[in-house]
Design a protein around this ligand. Structure first.
Ligand SMILES: [Mg+2]
Length: 156
């Protein structure tokens, strides 16, 4: 069984977001190519009001370049390799988030490109978008279904 999400419990969550192979194709130390992340990330902001923490082993100028990519693509960052609120309850260096999107995560949908740019797998954002928007339970829809079934049974 995998973790289940509903549209309700995806609201206002904090997502730890990897960069190389996740936001862009994996071409470190360079900034990789567009792999379809931006529209899904913007949809997460618009529909679920999520906050992103860039969670990457990039540091120094490489981290700055990844943060600039986010800024240039209108993806606001709540944190850069840290959750700004977690020092209140933990001294651990592990980023605290409600969900992580990372090309190395177990179970994450990936594409194995076979082109001259890269052969390294990267996140399959079409599939991730389905997981986050199409395949989540919608409690309101379930309730509507139950109400309609009950009404039908009662002849209303
Ligand atoms: Mg990665």
């Amino acid at each position: 069984m995998t973790r289940k999400f509903t549209k309700e419990n995806l609201q206002n969550i904090v997502i730890g977001l990897d960069f190389d192979g996740t936001c862009v194709s994996h071409e470190f130390p360079f900034i990789g190519k567009d792999i379809g992340a931006v529209s899904v990330l913007k949809r997460l902001i618009k529909e679920y009001n999520v906050k992103f923490i860039l969670n990457t082993v990039r540091d120094n100028k490489y981290l700055d370049e990844a943060a600039k990519w986010c800024k240039d693509n209108d993806i606001p960052l709540y944190g850069l390799n840290i959750n700004p609120e977690q020092k209140e309850f933990s001294e651990s260096p592990k980023v605290h988030a409600d969900m992580f999107i990372d090309d190395l995560s177990l179970g994450i949908p990936v594409i194995y490109p076979d082109n001259d740019i890269t052969k390294k797998p990267h996140v399959d954002w079409r599939e991730v978008e389905k997981l986050l928007f199409d395949n989540v339970q919608d409690i309101n829809e379930d309730l509507k279904f139950i109400v309609n079934m009950t009404r039908r049974k009662m002849g209303m």
